[in-house]
Design a protein around this ligand. Structure first.
Ligand code: FAD
Length: 434
């Protein structure tokens, strides 16, 4: 049985090795291809002052440095792909092993003991958001061309959704796709397109019919990013780097074979990708993530700064710990629903809100722990570097649908509260005020 994300959901796999045999082989492979971690910021017991300290949310790197980081992440995924370890639960026809989830969990646990390249947003967008979207909406040819390739990160793909006038209200987007025989002509602008400068492909949502209500007149495409007429301009972020971009389309011509899903169904395609983006069921929770720091690192910092006897500080730390425990349970419940085969639904909004709230709480608590050491670089390990977390965390309260948008979804689709005011509900897109 193959579930929503294309993962094998039961254990009726021919030649399935025992979990013990699989783990033994995977361990030998990891030992042959990677080094054990000595110390680092992601380990159970943080040794203060030892190893690399990174709590950044977004990379603060030059173009060349960020490209090199991405290449290292891709190379590791491609190495794993030689054995199918990059996609243990994915079907064999996409280069996976088709094994049940406990095999993938066992591998992740082992892999965490080894030094592996730092992740990158565009890498996870390609693998976790766009590949499964194509797996649902793609033609057989598109699935064959892209799904395995994207899961193994042989190519990268960015999201071309938001525009200067369409973010929270994405359905009002104005980038035009006009049909011309067997081709489409694209004109308009996208913005905040993460990793567009590093991507070979883009998932584009464009307005194909201005004469119908806004949700109905959109079509999705998978397009090459090096076509004549596409211009990519990086945007400088407050956290230092330039992870995202403006993308301009000037009479860009694409064949109809690049259309993803039926004409006029682009909104459904976009919602599917966004559903995967908001789905945090795969996260362990408990503040254990490498992006933006972890509970253990906050605690280690509090101990190093000698504040753990302060009653107010103890209260703050206890609240943070409680939050991460709750986050772990919320994610586990969502993971159980995924395992049972149900697609990501509005509960993804709850998971995303809890996640961004945790990041904000870390920023608040760490600011109190460090005080001036957060903004004056004394060279001490694990102090000033927290600034990258504090400046990066707000980005995820906006990306993938802002906190307010998630609350609207929960209010309307989970709690059944009255809907937001929609003045353009029955109005053709071309008649709406933008
Ligand atoms: C780090 C990061 C990465 C991103 N990556 C991508 C990407 O790869 N591809 C892509 O297409 N986009 C990307 N985005 C864009 C992102 O999806 C949008 O920024 C987001 O949807 C919000 O849209 P906006 O910026 O236009 O803000 P607006 O929609 O203008 O919102 C402004 C403020 O008004 C609030 N608001 C708006 N409408 C309502 C309402 N109805 N009720 C209550 N409050 C409301 C919002 O919550 C927000 O606080 C990224 C953004 C960030 C921060």
């Amino acid at each position: 049985m193959v579930n929503y994300r294309g993962h094998v959901a039961d254990s009726t796999v021919p030649n399935l090795p025992s979990l013990d045999d699989f783990t033994r082989e995977a361990k030998a492979w990891l030992e042959a291809n990677a080094e054990y971690r000595t110390s680092g910021t992601d380990e159970k017991d943080v040794v203060w002052g030892e190893g690399e300290f990174s709590v950044s949310v977004f990379h603060s790197l030059s173009f060349e440095e960020e490209k090199a980081l991405l290449e290292r992440a891709k190379a590791w995924t491609q190495k794993k792909a030689e054995r199918g370890y990059h996609a243990i639960t994915s079907p064999v026809e996409h280069g996976g092993l088709g094994y049940p989830r406990e095999y993938s969990r066992a591998f992740s646990k082992l892999e965490a003991q080894f030094q592996t390249p730092t992740g990158h947003e565009t890498h996870s967008v390609t693998v976790g958001l766009i590949a499964p979207t194509i797996n649902i909406y793609g033609t057989p040819e598109q699935k064959k061309q892209f799904v395995g390739r994207f899961i193994a990160t042989r190519d990268l793909c960015c999201q071309l959704f938001s525009e200067p006038g369409a973010g929270s209200d994405l359905a009002s987007l104005a980038c035009r796709a006009e049909r011309d025989g067997d081709e489409w002509v694209i004109n308009g602008q996208k913005v905040w397109s993460s990793g567009a400068q590093f991507s070979e492909w883009g998932e584009l949502i464009a307005r194909s019919n201005p004469d119908v209500v806004k949700h109905k007149g959109m079509t999705a495409f998978i397009i090459p990013m090096d076509l004549p007429g596409i211009e990519i301009r990086p945007i400088k972020q407050m956290s230092g780097g330039s992870s995202f971009n403006e993308v301009f389309f000037n009479d860009v011509r694409i064949p109809d074979s690049m259309r993803l899903g039926p004409e006029g169904e682009g909104w459904k395609v976009a919602l599917t990708t966004l559903g995967f983006e908001r789905d945090h069921s795969g996260d362990g929770g408990g503040g254990g993530s490498r992006v933006g720091g972890s509970w253990r690192l906050v605690l280690a910092t509090a101990r190093a700064m000698g504040v753990t006897a302060d009653p107010v500080m103890r209260q703050e730390l206890a609240e943070l710990y409680t939050h991460f425990r709750v986050e772990g349970f919320v994610n586990r419940r969502a993971a159980d629903m995924r395992r049972a085969g149900s697609p990501p639904g509005p509960e993804g909004s709850l998971g995303k809100l809890v996640w961004t709230k945790g990041m904000r709480k870390i920023s608040d608590v760490i600011s109190k722990i460090l005080g001036p050491a957060l903004i004056a670089d004394t060279g001490e390990w694990g102090t000033y570097a927290w600034g990258e977390q504090v400046l990066g965390a707000p980005g995820y309260r906006i990306a993938g649908g802002s906190d307010e948008t998630q609350r609207n979804i929960i209010g309307e689709r989970v709690l059944g509260l009255p809907g937001d005011v929609r003045v353009d509900k029955d109005v053709a897109w071309k008649e709406t005020r933008r």
